[in-house]
Design a protein around this ligand. Sequence first.
Ligand SMILES: Nc1nc2c(c(=O)[nH]1)N[C@@H](CN(C=O)c1ccc(C(=O)N[C@@H](CCC(=O)O)C(=O)O)cc1)CN2
Length: 295
Amino acid sequence: MTARILDGLAAAAAVKADVASRVAALAAGGVVPGLGTLLVGDNPASRSYVTGKHRDTAEVGMASIREELPADATQEEILAAVARLNANPEVTAFIVQLPLPAGIDENAVLEAIDPAKDADGLHPTNLGRLVLGVDPATAVPAPLPCTPAGILELLAQNGVAVAGKHVVVIGRGITVGRPLGLLLTRKGVDATVTLAHSRTVDLAAEVARADVVVAAVGVPHLVKAEWIKPGAAVLDVGVTRVGTTESGKAKLAGDVDPGVAEVARWLSPNPGGVGPMTRALLLRNVVETAERAAA
Ligand SMILES: Nc1nc2c(c(=O)[nH]1)N[C@@H](CN(C=O)c1ccc(C(=O)N[C@@H](CCC(=O)O)C(=O)O)cc1)CN2
């Protein structure tokens, strides 16, 4: 059996089409939503993600506001850039591209974002709302972290159910693993979640019990075909740059061994899976912030 592909480019196109029509409706009322980004340093992956985000905003008719600082920017300079984005009326919502350079207190920077302008759902207030708002029907509206929300959207668009299923998430980082565990265990989503990490004793045994596996650690080809329960859905989220091609392009390796495609029923590839969904859900967060402000 060869896995069916969870095509992130196709699913992201559907989300973007919806966002574009909502942007057009806002524009008819004189509101132009704007995404702001703050990029600090020269990390080529971060630069390429930010460039992609600004290409997306143009595609859906949003404005773009781009702030950049050098790799040796101080904590104070970064906080000042965040304050500028908070105060800029053209910025509906914005992100601080992560990771920040070594030595910068990332949590302090995330806390400095106005929670009403948090496009990533990573401000403590919005993460707190995700924890508190167990029932989405009664929860205070708040942006959801983009990668976890993109994973749920990708599964839903392809009819892959998670309610009552056992999901093993590998990785406990702030942008994927932790918030994904919260999202999957919400009322109405109803998955049973194991959050595995670098100190998990027998990762192979944990993965072998999973109906859905989400690998988000950045260890090339960590998840092996022989670990996978036949019929499971596997989402390859983590990515590592493992060199460059002859033409100078980055060579990427996901967390999932290519042999998994022969065992799993569903496979979200990397690239072309969750990455494009992360970007599409960012646009959705921005348009929803603009809609809330305009209501
Ligand atoms: N502030 C944030 N920082 C980071 C986040 C985040 O959600 N918020 N997540 C990741 C990086 N990320 C978003 O910023 C991201 C990762 C991957 C992609 C993507 O489209 N990937 C493509 C491949 C692109 C390539 O060739 O490199 C794919 O998977 O097909 C978009 C965004 C860490 N930082």
